[in-house]
Design a protein around this ligand. Structure first.
Ligand SMILES: [Zn+2]
Length: 686
């Protein structure tokens, strides 16, 4: 649960910089490279479809590529499972939609057809008939008559008819599933006072009540177990002959046809594993899928955490439990990745200079560390995602979920570098233009915005959190500064990054393009703190989220303190407000001053000062500005949700052996969904 919330906040944090309507013209013939890669390719309902590249793939050895390919196939092999987990009839609906899309030859300009396609895309995007986030059932805007006609004209062999079922019988069954708003209205219901099992459409329980499930697990759970298994993680719970029974997802159990495929590909992967640690982990994962034993699952996770040297990594299994209203059952997901070589270089370059950054920091000497070690933030490059991780994806992953494993054996925490990059590249030019005072600003942001945004994040992680020391006897900020500890700590890390952005050192060590580039980040940071991020706050509300608090606090503080010298100027044009940075050097000095103070607050555990800073600058929202920001955003048509088309890997065979693997980046979401439906559909439809 923690990971999801973290990831989601992290995600929407990034989303605020992103947007749509920036589809570049690109002819089909033109070879795409980094400079003309088209990031956004589709938009419908409340959703935009993006693409991502796999930089570094070509640097893999042939054997590593082969390994990646097998894991890629294992990921896609489990895709159907997540549909079925979300709702019992999702596969039936999806196959029906796919049968229609594949064979439809009526008027494609009719409203019915367009609305039908929108519906189909939404179902693919959400892995089912309920909104992936809001959880409400989609209401089709095409007519039942259109649907009936299209089903009748579809290729009968493609329809998911049960044995002996006529098309009319089939229609009678499926029509209410799609059209009746009272049938399975919500995927997940968490309201107190209702039976959340009965009220939720997810396919994790059948014929059982919430009380029965809770009683079942309370009975088998041992209170003093230091290493409890993840009860219920890999099964559906049903009632048989009056008894609660777990239908386990394993080979020869529920979902066996898909799991057998996963196992088949994992077994191939084992033959080309990079090293013994990785091999042992993959073998354990296969054992888990074959036995369904949750102790084996824990053993696997321990081995997975211990494998830190491999270039190729994989998450494959029943992982996050937030689709289950009671939080037991894991949704299938897979993320296949390779180490991000570029980011690793960048991070190493920063990390190597950690002591220089500490020594030259504007903070008091007595708070400086004599021996500072840069935190080695891990960045991965995603190769493919499926199940719960696609088309919508987290941008940070922190696993395993079992708390005792995290404490005893550690965890892996990574940021999905190429996904973040894609979000950033697809960010709305309209948004930048809307809030920019001049064309020069727009140019600056377009030229450097992505690079400096990444760099800010790296500096924040690698030297920001690592720098400074806390006085003896003063605890961690969480303890000494209580609820202000988190925004203060984030402010401190941000300020270290901001302070060093204009430093020649960054150009010298080759991570900043030139001495002009940092301006893009200064402009973006101020604008985000004072304007962009307010779009995510309900009108009339205060800012609650820690990261948002620290960003506004910093931006507001430097704005106010710089006023005598007009460092940041508030200008109004055509009734719209702009914050314009007039003096970048003075702004840097202000960041330095604030860093000094925030470090003092942290080192001394000065609760009152922390409280004053955050409460005075980070919490309350200027209502007029807030209203204006909301209005300006609402006119920009920025899709709140985003998902991805996956790259396609193809093996190059010689004498029956894989000698190379090629990567393609498809552009058509519908085509990919149909391709998946055709080639990776292994579960029978009941
Ligand atoms: Zn941080």
């Amino acid at each position: 649960m923690n990971k999801y919330i973290f990831s989601f906040l992290f995600l929407i944090t990034t989303v605020v910089y992103m947007g749509c309507n920036n589809q570049e013209d690109s002819s089909a013939q033109m070879q795409e490279d980094e400079t003309n890669f088209q990031y956004q390719v589709d938009q419908f309902a409340d959703v935009a479809i993006l693409r991502y590249q796999i930089p570094g793939f070509d640097q893999l050895t042939a054997k590593q590529k082969e390994l990646v390919y097998y894991l890629y196939e294992a990921a896609l092999a489990g895709r159907d499972i997540f549909y079925d987990q979300n709702y019992k009839y999702n596969l039936k609906v999806r196959k029906t939609l796919e049968a229609i899309v594949s064979s439809y030859n009526g008027d494609k300009n009719s409203d019915d057809y367009k609305n039908f396609m929108d519906y189909a895309k939404r179902v693919w995007f959400s892995n089912g008939i309920h909104h992936h986030y809001a959880s409400d059932k989609f209401q089709p805007e095409f007519s039942k008559e259109f649907f009936t006609g299209a089903v009748k004209k579809a290729n009968q062999a493609d329809l998911p008819l049960t044995e002996g079922q006529t098309v009319d019988q089939f229609l009678a069954e499926i029509t209410p599933i799609i059209f009746d708003p009272n049938v399975a209205p919500k995927k997940i219901v968490l309201d107190p006072g209702v039976d959340v099992i009965k009220a939720s459409a997810v396919n994790f329980y059948e014929g059982v009540t919430q009380k029965e499930v809770e009683a079942y697990y309370n009975k088998i759970r041992k209170a003093d177990d230091p290493s409890p298994i993840s009860y219920g993680l890999n099964s559906k719970m049903v009632k048989e002959n009056g008894q609660l029974v777990e239908k386990v997802w394993k080979v020869d159990g529920m979902y066996s046809p898909a799991i057998e495929k996963i196992v088949g590909w994992l077994e191939k992967a084992i033959t080309v594993a990079e090293n013994d640690a990785q091999k042992a982990a993959l073998q354990k994962l296969v054992e888990f899928y074959k036995t369904g034993d949750l102790k084996t699952w824990d053993d696997y996770n321990v081995l997975w955490v211990q494998d830190t040297s491999s270039v190729v990594d994989v998450v494959n299994g029943f992982i996050e439990v937030y689709q289950d209203p009671l939080g037991y059952r894991g949704a299938f997901e897979s993320v296949v990745s390779i180490k991000d070589f570029e980011a690793t270089k960048r991070i190493d370059a920063i990390s190597r200079q950690a002591q220089w950054f500490e020594d030259n920091s504007p903070i008091d000497d007595k708070f400086k560390k004599e021996n500072v070690v840069g935190i080695s933030a891990k960045v991965i490059t995603v190769v493919v995602e499926s199940g719960d991780a696609a088309p919508t994806t987290p941008i940070g992953i922190n696993l395993p979920n079992a708390n005792w494993i995290r404490i005893k054996h550690g965890s892996k925490s990574v940021s999905l570098g190429n996904i973040v990059h894609s979000y950033s590249m697809a960010s709305s030019k309209e948004q930048v233009k809307e809030f920019a005072w001049s064309d020069e600003e727009v140019e600056l942001m377009e030229k450097y915005g992505t690079v400096t945004d990444h760099l800010h994040t790296d500096m924040h992680e690698v030297i920001g959190h690592a720098s400074g020391k806390i006085n003896e006897g003063v605890g961690a900020p969480k303890l000494s500064l209580k609820n202000y500890g988190s925004p203060i700590e984030e402010a401190r890390a941000d300020l270290v990054a901001l302070y060093y952005m204009p430093d020649k050192k960054l150009v010298e060590i080759g991570i900043m393009p030139d001495e002009e580039a940092f301006k893009a980040e200064y402009i973006r940071y101020i604008r985000n703190g004072l304007q962009y991020q307010l779009n995510r706050v309900e009108l009339g509300n205060n800012i609650e989220q820690a990261h948002m608090r620290n960003r506004q606090a910093i931006a507001k503080w430097v704005y106010e303190k710089g006023q005598p010298e007009n460092v940041i100027e508030k200008k109004v044009r055509d009734g719209k407000t702009y914050f314009v940075v007039n003096d970048f050097q003075k702004l840097r000095n202000l960041f330095g001053q604030l860093l000094k103070e925030v470090q003092r607050i942290t080192s001394e555990g000065d609760f009152e000062a922390a409280k004053n800073f955050i409460e005075n600058y980070g919490v309350k929202v200027d209502l007029e500005i807030h209203k204006e920001v909301k209005e300006r955003f609402s006119k920009l048509n920025i899709a709140p949700y985003k998902g991805f088309i996956q790259p396609v890997l193809k093996p190059v065979m010689e004498d029956g052996k894989i000698v190379d693997v090629t990567v393609e980046y498809p552009k058509d979401f519908v085509e990919q969904m149909l391709y998946y439906g055709k080639n990776y559909s292994f579960l029978p439809v009941n």
